[in-house]
Design a protein around this ligand. Structure first.
Ligand SMILES: NC(=O)c1ccc[n+]([C@@H]2O[C@H](COP(=O)([O-])OP(=O)(O)OC[C@H]3O[C@@H](n4cnc5c(N)ncnc54)[C@H](O)[C@@H]3O)[C@@H](O)[C@H]2O)c1
Ligand SMILES: O=C(O)[C@H](O)COP(=O)(O)O
Length: 402
């Protein structure tokens, strides 16, 4: 049997992951590279992995960021592979870009800038043109205007706080809000009774929901029909949350004054009322570092100790080491798995020191600390239990690597 205390983990990287995070991997137990052939884990940002042949060696995927719609999470469920992300690590960066975008749109800064760039002549001519035409760019101020926020998670609630500080009224809509988010939400955020209610009463609308089946084209012709005239719509979530054809029609019929979004497409290019940015929401030095540090810490804790924190498909499961010998089992959430695990260990003469088991939807996860080393045969027997998807033996790594 390979000495698991000496093992090396291969981490395959897609996209540019901040070196501040990558350097946390101790070099005596981790190899990092963008061209490794038998990776144990993948670190990714927005690289599209949906149609990729993900090597069978992969036991974890870490998304340095929030959205995981580029990762085949269902396929990973079948393999018992956790998909980690970094909730909140880039939220401030997105919030700041949303604030900038609201101000840019409210004051017509893009057309105003384009106008100035188009001017020709000496300073006297320029000044005259400026004073004659500035009325075309008359803007509005934010205080007392209503911002509707759809999705009050890590980003939505920061945007809400900032808007309130700027004197705006904030309406929020999030039927799936978590208890943690509800606790951290400013009491000044008014709850919209329905999405229609929010759309009808907002001057600005900002989308902060993940892309899932239930949010695909959340903003469509019908939803846009509820808007006030001249609404400013901001989408820093994902392209497909707003139906581009519906947005274009909404601009034509006067419901939408500006559509500001982080996801360019040919349909959205070269339109006076559309401002698209090159997916810049999380592109700050701070956010990139925060995401990389968080995801690397989570990944190392999982690879070395089996602990799971912040995945989109497994429950959080953390157990302090009670012994140097640990077995981690990702399994389907079916009856009698724990009984079979205990029986298998008892049959091998192993004494269980401590164990924990949690489930989330179809997935469950079990950590078992054992008083003595565990043989490869026992790991094979555990792997044969119906419903066991991924079984790992995790003795503490040798020296300097915890
Ligand atoms: N532009 C960027 O660079 C950038 C950066 C970070 C995140 N994002 C996108 O923003 C999304 C949100 O990020 P987050 O960190 O706030 O995530 P989050 O998980 O903390 O919050 C998402 C919120 O949306 C809510 N929600 C889900 N379905 C909803 C629905 N139908 N209507 C209303 N609310 C609904 C959830 O209950 C949750 O509170 C990410 O999934 C990602 O797609 C983009
Ligand atoms: O979901 C996210 O975290 C953002 O879309 C950021 O994506 P990026 O890491 O590719 O910038």
């Amino acid at each position: 049997m390979v000495d698991q205390t000496q093992r090396i983990f291969n981490i395959l990287t897609f996209n540019q992951i901040s070196a501040v995070g990558l350097k946390r991997f101790p070099s005596d137990h981790y190899h990092i590279g963008s061209d490794l052939t038998h990776p144990d884990a993948i670190l990714v940002r927005s690289h599209n992995m949906l149609n990729m042949d993900i090597p069978k060696s992969v036991i974890a995927i870490g998304r340095a960021g929030a959205g995981t719609n580029n990762i085949p999470v269902n396929e990973m469920n079948c393999r018992g592979v956790p998909v980690f992300n970094t909730p909140g690590a880039n939220a401030n960066a997105v919030k700041e870009l949303v604030l900038a975008s609201m101000l840019i749109a409210a004051r017509n800064l893009i057309p105003a800038f384009r106008f100035v760039e188009s001017l020709q002549g000496d300073d006297k001519v320029l000044h005259k043109q400026v004073e004659d035409h500035k009325k075309k760019f008359l803007g509005v101020e934010l205080p007392k205007r209503t911002l509707g926020i759809i999705g009050l998670g890590k980003i939505g609630r920061l945007v809400a706080d900032a808007a309130i500080k700027l004197g705006m009224k904030v309406l929020g809509y999030d039927p799936k809000i978590t208890v943690e988010s509800a606790w951290s939400l400013s009491s000044e955020v008014q709850k919209a009774h329905s999405i229609e209610d929010l759309l009808r009463h907002s001057d600005f609308i900002s989308l902060h929901v993940p892309l899932m089946d239930s949010t695909y084209h959340l903003i469509n012709d019908e939803m846009i029909s509820y808007l006030k005239r001249d609404t400013i719509l901001l989408n820093f979530s994902r392209d497909a949350i707003a139906d581009e054809d519906a947005v274009l029609a909404g601009i034509t019929n006067g419901k939408i004054k500006y559509y500001v979004c982080d996801f360019p497409s040919q349909k959205l290019q070269h339109h006076e009322a559309i401002i698209t940015l090159p997916h810049l929401g999380a592109s700050t030095q701070e956010a990139e570092e925060n995401c990389a540090i968080m995801v690397v810490n989570q990944l190392m804790d999982y690879l070395q100790h089996g602990n799971i924190i912040n995945t989109v498909n497994f429950p959080d499961v953390v157990m302090e080491r009670g012994s140097p010998y640990r077995v981690a089992i990702a399994n389907a959430n079916v009856p009698n798995l724990l009984g079979q695990i205990s029986t298998c260990m008892a049959n091998a003469g192993l004494n269980i020191h401590n164990m924990t088991n949690k489930s989330r939807g179809e997935m469950a996860y079990t950590l078992v600390d054992i008083d003595s080393p565990v043989s490869e045969n026992v790991i094979d027997d555990l792997s044969r239990i119906t419903g066991a998807l991924l079984v790992r033996y995790l003795p503490i790594l040798a020296e300097n690597s915890d």
